[in-house]
Design a protein around this ligand. Structure first.
Ligand code: HEC
Length: 199
């Protein structure tokens, strides 16, 4: 190997080493991570892991189906505190659509007291259950609307991981009765953003 070849070789190594260094700079890495943000994680066999931090997402509202108005046991007991992940809410505000990766959380809360100094009513008590819906055309190509539904249980301790419910037990009711699978008319925060995005 003559000196020219040697110089060429060391130069190539230098360039490719620099290439690697450049593509892994902290800024580039952070950017990549941000774009890939998903708000719920899945196990290798497709179970949803309990989402974390969702009480800081966008709060959509809290429908209430009290047990005492539903023969003592509502199908989804009592308050349903409902949240959407912030990236998907921003997307709704911009486009009026639910993006791939949208996560909705419905956290069930028992009715606590029915009378406070403000008057008679239904007041929130303790957390009692957790369900989510996730839209993802790549992960759920066969689910109607690409929405999949998971329940972590209706009493504590909740399951850490949940298997996807069959379409007949969740998806079909949402498909039939909601608008684009989400009961947006019941969440003024979401309804308003959808209407504004359409203007
Ligand atoms: C009989 C109809 C029906 C079935 C079955 C049903 N839901 Fe819903 N779901 C609703 C209604 C109505 C709302 C909004 C009002 C409320 O929370 O009471 C809702 C709201 C939700 C929300 C909040 C976001 C949204 O789409 O509005 C999630 C998450 C959810 N349901 C998950 C589930 C899961 C998981 C199952 C199956 C275990 C399920 N649902 C089965 C009717 C249904």
């Amino acid at each position: 190997m003559n000196i020219r070849m040697l110089m060429g070789l060391s130069c190539a190594v230098g360039v490719s080493a620099m290439g690697i260094w450049l593509s892994t700079t902290p800024a580039g890495f952070a950017q990549e991570k941000r774009e890939a943000k998903t708000w719920v994680e899945f196990t290798a066999d497709g179970k949803a892991k309990q989402p974390v931090g969702y009480r800081k997402w966008v709060f959509l509202g809290s429908p209430v189906t009290p047990n005492d108005m539903n023969d003592g046991e509502a199908p989804f007991p009592e308050f349903h505190n409902t949240y959407m992940d912030p990236d998907s809410f921003a997307h709704v505000e911009k486009t009026g659509e639910y993006r791939d990766g949208t996560v909705l959380v419905k956290e069930l809360v028992a009715v606590g007291s029915k009378e406070e100094s403000s008057g008679k009513g239904y007041f929130q008590g303790d957390f009692s259950g957790l369900e989510i819906s996730v839209k993802d055309s790549k992960r759920f190509p066969k689910e109607p609307g690409h929405w999949a539904y998971f329940s972590f249980g209706h009493k504590y301790p909740l399951k850490a991981e949940a298997t996807m419910n069959g379409a007949a037990s969740c998806n079909s009711c949402h498909d039939k009765n909601a608008t684009k699978f989400v009961f947006s008319d019941l969440y003024p925060v979401l309804k308003d953003s959808l209407q504004k995005a359409k203007k």
